[in-house]
Design a protein around this ligand. Structure first.
Ligand code: ADP
Length: 364
């Protein structure tokens, strides 16, 4: 009986779904294929949504310490990212909506042949929005969000990683509905060096597999909704056993021309930009840039006015500059300079490798 294995604190009933309320389709609730961007959680609600405190005193011994570390380092109470904060990626959003979000809204419907997938893998070059998508899923599902970086788990908690993984899943079950996001999963579950593999890392890998299987073997009685979302920039490094459990494998590509314009607009929504900026031209000049690269371009462009204003000034003169003195909308030239300063971070070879992997193992 798996429940008996849980520490007492974890045997408490999970949180009630009802208390959080579902996301509201702003369009008035249409079909499941309605554009997911319109599924918004009111901003105040998304930011406030909390998780009931866990009574740490009820966790015994060493596990209490682990649970506290997990709570401090990895539990994000309200990631607050919405679908429409994320530029483009409509297919990925749609797949996540159907495979992850809707099963939390209608658990009774997603049974038997319709059972939700065990886990979802998002793969693609770095800085393309995988983490943002995971956070948006947590926002629209109203789930508690654990954000686990595998490389941190592997290095910082070396030796403890296996227990950490077990404790994490126990906490996730106790606080269900929960989303566990495992970033850089390749660094925990690499298929590399299967022969010379470190004994400890093999054990962590096995523990993750056992825990993912465990989520779905508890279908009898009240189901605990724990969804595993994983991300990697190196999908070819993931071993086969894990790949099989991450049944949906969603490609998160570099942004296209239209998405690059959208991304720049999202990034610039809080700053003043000169009217008439030629975003089509900027989009053409940034072919091959990732979302993260474009954020860096916008940030750099947004600082250029300041560079001009403080040039040649002493620290005292700079301190006395008022808000009005500093006011200057971002100009086309600022963007052009930023683009020359910031190069795309993803190589064409990498993209080819991702596309080949998509072809072989990806989900459409
Ligand atoms: P990944 O997890 O794929 O490495 P992230 O989701 O952490 O990438 O994105 C890194 C940063 O890049 C974000 O904080 C955001 O500023 C920007 N970004 C990347 N992709 C997008 C996108 N599709 N929409 C909006 N911002 C994006």
């Amino acid at each position: 009986d798996s429940a008996a294995r849980l520490p007492s604190w974890a045997r408490n009933e999970g949180r009630s779904r009802k208390s959080m309320g579902p996301a509201t389709p702003a369009t008035g609730g249409r079909s499941a294929t309605a554009k997911v961007d319109s599924w918004r959680v009111p901003r105040e609600k998304a930011n406030q949504r909390g998780t009931p405190e866990i009574d740490m005193t009820r966790i015994v011994g060493a596990d209490q310490e682990l649970a506290m570390i997990l709570e401090k380092d990895m539990l994000e109470r309200a990631p607050g990212v919405q679908w429409d904060d994320i530029a483009g990626l409509s297919e990925a959003k749609q797949l996540l909506q159907e495979n992850v979000v809707l099963p939390t809204y209608m658990p009774d419907y997603f049974q038997g042949i319709r059972r939700p997938v065990k886990g979802v893998l998002m793969f693609g070059p770095p800085g393309t929005g995988k983490t943002m998508l995971a956070k948006a899923v947590a926002t629209v599902c109203g789930t508690t969000f654990f954000n686990i970086s595998s490389s941190t788990l592997a290095s910082k908690y070396r030796g403890e990683s296996e227990r950490m993984v077990r404790c994490l899943f126990e906490m996730a079950r106790a606080m269900a509905p929960t989303t566990i996001f495992i970033d850089e999963i390749d660094s925990l579950c690499s298929s590399r060096g299967a022969t010379g593999e470190h004994e400890a890392s093999r054990r962590v890998k096995t523990e993750i597999l056992v825990q993912i299987d465990g989520i779905h073997s508890q279908d009898d009685g009240e189901r605990k909704q724990v969804m595993v979302l994983a991300a990697t920039n190196f999908p070819w490094d993931i071993d086969e056993a894990l790949r099989r459990r991450l049944e949906k494998r969603i490609y998160i590509p570099l942004p296209g021309a239209h998405e690059r314009t959208e991304l720049m607009n999202i990034n610039l929504k809080d700053v003043e930009v000169e009217p008439g900026i030629n975003f089509d031209k900027l989009s053409n000049l940034t072919k091959g840039y990732s979302g993260d690269d474009l954020t860096n371009v916008c940030r750099d462009a947004a600082m250029n006015g300041m560079r001009r204003k403080i040039a040649g000034k002493t620290p005292d003169q700079i301190r006395s500059l008022s808000k009005e003195d500093m006011h200057e909308p971002i100009q086309m030239e600022d963007f052009l300079q930023a683009i020359t300063r910031i190069n795309p971070s993803v190589s064409k070879t990498d993209i080819k490798r991702h596309e080949a992997w998509l072809e072989e193992f990806g989900s459409i």
